[in-house]
Design a protein around this ligand. Sequence first.
Ligand SMILES: Nc1ncnc2c1ncn2[C@@H]1O[C@H](COP(=O)(O)OP(=O)(O)OP(=O)(O)O)[C@@H](O)[C@H]1O
Ligand SMILES: [Mg+2]
Length: 220
Amino acid sequence: MTQIEFKNVCKRFSEKRVALYDVNFKVKKGDFVFLVGKTGAGKTTVLRHIYMELFPDEGDVLWEGISTRKMRKSEILKVRRKMGIIFQDLKLLLNRTVSENIEFVLRLSGEKEVKPRIWQVLHNVGIVGEAQVIAGELSRGELQRLAVARAIVTSPEILLADEPFGNINKDDAIEILKILMNFNSSGSTVIIATHNVELLGEVKKKRVIEIDEGRIINEY
Ligand SMILES: Nc1ncnc2c1ncn2[C@@H]1O[C@H](COP(=O)(O)OP(=O)(O)OP(=O)(O)O)[C@@H](O)[C@H]1O
Ligand SMILES: [Mg+2]
């Protein structure tokens, strides 16, 4: 089933700055997708369209066949609750503990049994020993793991990961990739935006969408 479709999507931030130019692609439920391209190519802009922080100037982004431009605010919020997002700048609560960072999103989602869920997800990403540490004191690799944990703890139907391997070493990056693959194997779609093409070889069953200067230049 097609979950997300970009149909002739154009986006410009100003007269001169065209961020996306006639972008077309489809993502099926359960796909594992790498959205690759160098810095400024338009990866984050694509993800922001998927989580409906941005809307196309021309063309459509369709979520399960419905144009995001035609959704009401209440529908947008409902669909967004099905998404887990790892932001490029992480957006963690740095003055709160690791555990509190997870608890915050669980409470928002209406989950009552928070303690076991927190323990399980921190265990899954390998930072259960850091549960009571203030997030601001974590290493970069640990912060990335916390951002992954926070994004997957609500079991979203789709996970959007914006440069989840930024500023970490290759071993840590592979560990994070494995966590994302494992999450995908439960049936959720995973879209990873990254310039790090070195890691593509680590995943067998995947899709690759390559973007350059706002245009899709390669897809397989
Ligand atoms: N809010 C904005 N206002 C103006 N221009 C923007 C804005 N956001 C992005 N752009 C421009 O759109 C283009 C695509 O940016 P985007 O952030 O999507 O790239 P990216 O592929 O995510 O890059 P990176 O790998 O550095 O994260 C760039 O030229 C960028 O300068
Ligand atoms: Mg980006």
